[in-house]
Ligand binder design. Sequence first.
Ligand code: FES
Ligand code: FE2
Length: 473
Amino acid sequence: MSDTSHRAHSQGPSSGETAWPEGWLTSPYGVGVGRYIDPAFARLEHERLWMRVWQVAARLDEIPGIGDYTTYEIGDQSFLLVRVEAFTVKAYYNACPHRGTALAEGCGHFGRGRIMCPFHGWRWHLDGRVQFVLERQEFRGGQLRDSDVALKEVKVALFAGFVFINPDPHAQPFDEFIAPVRGLIEDLAIGEMHHRWWKSLPVPANWKVAQEAFHEAFHVPTTHPQLEKSGAQVVAGERGDAEFTHRYVQYEVFPHGHGRFFGGDKTPMAGHVNDLQGDLLDAMTARLNLLVDGLDAQVLKEDVDVLQGLRGKPIPEGSSLGAEFAKALFAQAAAQKRPMPKPTREVLSQWGGEVFIFPNVMILPFAGNAMIYRARPNGFDPDRCTFEILSTRTLPEDVKPQRATLQRVTDPTDPEQVRLIPRQDVGNIPRVQRGLHARGMHQVWLAANQEKVILGMHRELDRYLRSDSGAAG
Ligand code: FES
Ligand SMILES: [Fe+2]
């Protein structure tokens, strides 16, 4: 193949490995650049991934009351999500069965328990049954059946406070899809967390480039030097060797493309600080404050205040500052009647790590808080995506959650709109995308361990893309 033919701007393959251009291939060592830049690949993803996969369409917080609705866009498709009953959400194609008008835009509330088309006033019950057809006798020779004009539903599953949808009528059962990470996510109490804030950023990069910036901690010493000073000095050639937090991080790939990484007891949350000089509590406070200021999510000021409360208190024999901090966080939450994750070693070791739900949601948990990222294509353009950041937290029993409202970031480089840490990440992402277009660039190389979640994601993506019919079960 010539230097450029791997880009194969050709139509997508009908099926089978042989038809795939080289630039689309996944190898044990990396993936072809066509996967990120080729419009034909993006089209194939739309048809075979997005139209078939379980995907997060909303948080339940976006539609807290009966009659509340929101819309979810993917590619050229729009879905209307409606809270029909207290614990029932339905998803419809956002199209009027009469002449196709989008029934809703953005989010809002359907008053009087009905959905009404703004064009000719046909109406439906929240559950999709038709309620009123103007001049009904004029349609289908006077024989219009309710089923002809019911709203067209797609599959919905509610899990961990998320509304998942799947447009494929033959979708893999949700329970089977989520099984590999269900326990992990349930133990983290993600379903009991509510929005603190929610931002959407337009990013000029492929959706996979955007999310892959968060699938490893390998970039931390270079991209976030403030978070790993000694590692940053090694990377900059200013010292020979040092303790690298990122080398302690463990990565795991699960069936169905899901994955995770976690730092175990070598995280600042667990009381571990690199190159410790002076007082451990001071060092840990300084480190956690970098997250409070740099993210305003995951680790919050209230959590650091709990750490401060340990000042001057002796650490019991056999315990550690990290363990005492965790105990104090659970005690404070109990006093506030706030739900918390399961206080197991497994859960604590996940604090400061990430759980990835294939194909595009990342959960970064802490003690009753989490930051959640979602990346998805913007239309069919392989060079654009929408990247969202949610800050969530469990609430005391007597506090009513507020309806989530989206803030649209206009400039992801603006410190007023995006905090330092995601701004550092989002700073790399468009540069990666530009570089992937270089004619001399054929594939990206992936580290066998530290970038394995990325490779696992691509392997699962291939299972969808290479299958002609049905979901990759
Ligand atoms: S297009 Fe909706 S009622 Fe006519
Ligand atoms: Fe980062």
